[in-house]
Design a protein around this ligand. Structure first.
Ligand SMILES: [Zn+2]
Length: 224
């Protein structure tokens, strides 16, 4: 479409739109608007907030964004967020390295850690199986999980895993992923359990309250 046609089809009278923002402001608005859950109006409000705010504070925001992109990575063993090869949990020798709790996202791990009820390690799948979207085991960290289970050397401390707890979200895809993993782990000499069913179906672990999550961990059930 040519510029002339575009002008005509959007009402024609360009003068009515008023002056445009400086390019830098437009860019900032566009960046905010690209964030999840942020519409154009909110993006404008945030951009104007940054413009108004004092320089030290605004630069602090810019540096915080830069720092997460340059210094935060995924743990080599469990895919938790980390500032080094191994995350704090994998590095901690006081954790029970024979037990691994499988979650979908780092956010779920944080929610479970906040209960203070779990002392084992984790494995973050980085999503869940979704055949319709083309997400199979290879798109997740399932091959790395199998490696951890197969050779103790791949688990922190070189300790063999004896229990795997399935901590997926109780959603259709979360349940499907748990079913797949239970089947996959059946033939291995490892106990497989799952979080107790206190969590309402369709809910997300990250939003569950601490007491419910604590009960889900302590009341975990065997999968035969
Ligand atoms: Zn880790």
């Amino acid at each position: 479409m040519t510029a002339a046609r575009r002008a005509t089809s959007s009402g024609g009278d360009l003068a009515k739109r008023g002056p445009a923002y400086p390019k830098a402001v437009d860019n900032l608005i566009a960046e905010f608007a690209a964030l999840p859950g942020i519409g154009r109006r909110t993006a404008e409000r945030l951009a104007f907030h940054v413009l108004k705010t004092d320089e030290a504070r605004a630069m602090g925001l810019a540096r915080a964004i830069e720092a997460v992109k340059t210094s935060v990575r995924h743990c080599d063993r469990c895919w938790n967020l980390s500032d080094g090869h191994l995350c704090d949990i994998c590095r901690d020798e006081r954790r029970d390295r024979t037990t691994v709790l499988i979650v979908e996202q780092p956010k779920d791990l944080i929610a479970l850690e906040q209960t203070g009820m779990y002392r084992g390690l984790y494995h973050v799948l980085m999503g869940r199986l979704s055949p319709l979207d083309g997400i199979g085991p290879e798109e997740l960290t399932i091959p790395a999980l199998i490696t951890r289970l197969t050779g103790a050397a791949s688990n922190p401390g070189g300790v063999a895993i004896s229990e795997v707890i399935l901590g997926l979200n109780p959603t259709l895809e979360g349940d499907g992923t748990a079913l797949y993993l239970a089947e996959e782990l059946k033939s291995r000499s490892v106990k497989v359990t799952r979080l107790a069913r206190g969590l309402p179906s369709g809910s997300q672990l990250e939003y569950a309250n601490k007491a419910v999550l604590a009960d889900a961990i302590t009341g975990r059930q065997n999968i035969d």
